[in-house]
Design a binder for this molecule. Structure first.
Ligand code: PAF
Length: 282
């Protein structure tokens, strides 16, 4: 496995791989890799021939007061996980490589960046869309892998790729959870033991929402009510939203549609967590 910092070195190695017919898979990350990222690497290993992992903590997707400066950066441990996962190349650029002085162009994907995370994290999705397009143009992958955990993000990237005719196939891989249901996140390390216990209510609320819509065959409005009732028992969990939405548009639904998604975001202590669960009614 090689680790490179410059776009030139990256593209030389990707070009060499492509010249012998290899399909390029890309797993964009901000590092602090966990089993969720490893599952994306595994999918890329199975489906493509040359796996590039990008490790870059993207400043433009953090709002003022968010955790950019304290975001975990365990590079050596990340490289070990990449090596163990059979990654071919790690691209670990510095900020000036991705955003050189004078860089002033951004990507906006209005169709799905206004609501939910977009409403609570101003400018977040502009930063995500911009860096992902930049990384795609640097790596030039055939396929790129994202986690369902960041549901709105993967939908936004799908819209961007379609709207801008970016020739990259997007794969979304299932959320990886701890045995007790907590969705894996690089931010879970911020949680104290008590906060971690409280955080379990997020996945529990999603399961209730799912069960009310599927096993009980009730309307999403009732499912949302059941989620809110559970969350009300946990005042230490500061809810940003708990909704049931159309899985393709993210428009909130009161009446069932075939493909829905329950989405939740809350602050536990100082840590903001998100999670979601797909709900299919056919
Ligand atoms: O999901 C992430 O880790 C980031 O948002 C991404 C896609 C790597 C862009 O910085």
């Amino acid at each position: 496995m090689n680790t490179v910092q410059t776009i030139q070195e990256l593209q030389d190695r990707v070009r060499t791989a492509r010249s012998v017919g290899k399909r390029i898979g890309c797993v964009p990350t901000m590092g602090a890799l966990h089993a969720g990222h490893v599952s994306l690497i595994e999918a890329a290993r199975v489906e493509t021939d040359f796996v590039v992992v990008t490790v870059f903590v993207n400043p433009t997707q953090f709002g003022p007061g968010e955790d950019l400066s304290k975001y975990p950066r365990p590079l050596e441990a990340d490289l070990a996980k990449c090596r163990d996962g059979g990654v071919d190349l790690v691209f670990n650029p510095d900020v000036a490589t991705v955003y050189p002085a004078g860089d002033a162009t951004f990507v906006e994907v209005p169709s799905c960046s206004q609501s939910l995370e977009g409403a609570h994290r101003e400018g977040h999705f502009r930063g995500v869309a911009t860096v992902v397009l930049k990384l795609f143009n640097m790596v030039l992958p055939d396929v790129a892998y994202f986690g369902q955990k960041d549901y709105q993000q993967q939908l936004l990237i799908r819209h961007m790729v379609k709207d801008l005719n970016v020739p990259v196939e997007i794969r979304t891989c299932p959320t990886i959870r701890e045995p007790d249901g907590l969705a894996l996140s690089s931010r879970n390390i911020y949680l104290s033991d008590a906060e971690r216990r409280s955080a379990l209510v997020l996945s529990q609320a999603l399961k209730i929402g799912h069960a009310v819509c599927t096993a009980q065959k009730k309307a999403p409005a009732e499912a949302r009510q059941a989620m809110l009732e559970l969350l009300a028992n946990h005042p230490e969990v500061k809810l940003d939203y708990a909704v049931i939405a159309d899985a393709n548009t993210l428009a909130e639904v009161d009446v069932a549609v075939p493909e829905m998604v329950a989405l939740i975001a809350a602050r536990v202590g100082t840590t903001r967590l998100i999670d979601n669960m797909l709900i299919s009614t056919h």
